[in-house]
Design a protein around this ligand. Structure first.
Ligand SMILES: [Mg+2]
Length: 415
């Protein structure tokens, strides 16, 4: 565009249009933003971009505006006047101002956009340095960083462009393991906001216990069952065979044990917050379990879950028979149920999230749009899209880009 042409009505300058970056830094107080733009308004400039943030009471305000046209009949330039006026306004408020001349808008962001979420407990400077360096090593550019949460972990999100999501994952996963922090890399875009179904495993995911071990304690065969469970979760045993073997050990138990076990179940910290927040956001939430409907039905009722599926312990004449009835929910069954729930919910698989800890969750985690290994065994952690290794289930919200402030604001609203 030549200088003689009329500037466009929209404030999107061509690369050759002079622009000014006005940066203000200092103690935050009411009226700074209004004051800056009031000052700029006298020069009839257009706003191209604004970024503002406040960190511990200090404001950083950046305004990218079109450069003012030289004043008619004036010996000086309007830009010179603008600079003097902004500096004088800033000094009167004890703020630092910097004005940088340039041309055009921000340079376009590179293709390939991702969100890199880091969960630290605590988040050390060493970690921040290593994550930033790893992002740079992939050719990615960090466009923005902000804090999602300070409780129960410090969660920060890096908006990254210029690198493929898979490439970022492959570089950041070993760094995260080395640093002992959780790093999730998800593709940016509408798909992330459209995630609408979350399906969780139950034992050692939604709840802290392995339900069959609670039953086993009542049957006096806890150690025997625990050993079979551990081997199955490590992927060393066929899940269905191990299920039948363990349930057989419960044969003859009085059915009243079911109620006792329900009372013993301990939800994972953050489980209620996760489910409540997801429901308020309009997500559908379900559970699939290699455990038992005798427990998952109660959880479904208590938490208001949309879907639940598990194995059913057979009870005859007030006693556990040592058998299960119906189709077995195993590794393949969990993935099949995720597909069924997604279909019933009307949500494409790409917009589903699955959370689990065991080898029998792997098919489900890899079928979902986002699979989260939650305090999982190494075999699961290594195969899943992302891993959370802090013992708080609500941290999954941060991977979805939901901030702690939003969680707490929703709680305040609803009461
Ligand atoms: Mg589990």
């Amino acid at each position: 565009m030549s200088a003689s042409q009329t500037p466009p009505a929209t404030a999107v300058p061509g690369d050759d249009l002079p622009t000014l970056l006005v940066k203000i830094f200092g103690k935050d107080r009411p009226g700074i933003t209004a004051g800056l733009f009031d000052t700029l308004a006298a020069y009839s400039v257009d706003v191209v971009d604004i970024e503002q943030m406040v960190t511990r009471g200090r404001i950083t305000l950046c305004a990218l505006v079109t450069a003012p046209s030289p004043a008619e009949g004036s010996s000086g330039t309007s830009e010179g006047d603008l600079r003097a006026t902004v500096h004088s306004w800033a000094e009167s408020l004890n703020l630092q101002a910097e004005i940088i001349s340039g041309r055009g808008d921000n340079r376009p962001r590179g293709t390939g956009r991702s969100h890199v979420t880091v969960l630290g407990h605590p988040l050390t400077a060493e970690t921040a340095a290593a994550i930033a360096a790893a992002i740079t090593a992939t050719g990615g550019n960090i466009d923005r960083i902000f804090r999602l949460a300070k409780y129960p972990v410090t969660a920060v999100e890096f908006a990254v462009s210029g690198a493929a999501t898979e490439a970022l994952r492959s570089v950041l996963a070993p760094e995260a393991a080395r640093l002992g922090v959780d790093v999730a890399v998800v593709a940016a875009g509408l798909q992330r906001r459209a995630q609408r179904l979350v399906v969780m495993d139950v034992d050692s995911t939604l709840i802290q216990d392995e339900v069959i071990e609670l039953f086993a304690a009542h049957a006096g065969c806890e150690a025997e069952v625990a050993e079979v469970t551990a081997a199955a979760m490590r992927g060393e045993l066929d899940f269905e065979q191990s299920l039948h073997a363990r349930v057989e050990l419960l044969g003859g138990l009085d059915a009243s044990v079911v109620e006792a076990v329900r009372k013993e179940v301990r939800l994972t910290p953050g489980a209620r917050t996760l489910v409540r927040t997801l429901k308020r956001l309009g997500y559908q939430v379900g559970v699939v379990s290699g455990g038992f409907t005798q427990v998952t039905d109660a959880l479904q009722e208590e938490l208001g879950l949309d879907f639940a599926s598990a194995n059913t312990l057979e009870i005859v004449d007030g006693k556990l028979t040592g058998r299960v009835t119906g189709d077995i929910v195993d590794r393949a069954g969990k993935a099949r149920l995720l597909r069924e729930f997604a279909q019933q919910a009307g949500v494409p698989l790409a917009q589903t999230v699955a959370i689990g800890d065991g080898a029998n969750d792997l098919d489900m985690l890899n079928t979902a749009g986002l699979g989260v290994a939650f305090n999982a065994k190494p075999v699961v952690r290594e195969a899943a899209h992302t891993a959370v290794n802090v013992p708080f289930l609500d941290t999954v919200l941060y991977l979805l880009g939901i901030t702690r402030e939003e969680v707490e604001a929703a709680d305040t609203l609803v009461g």
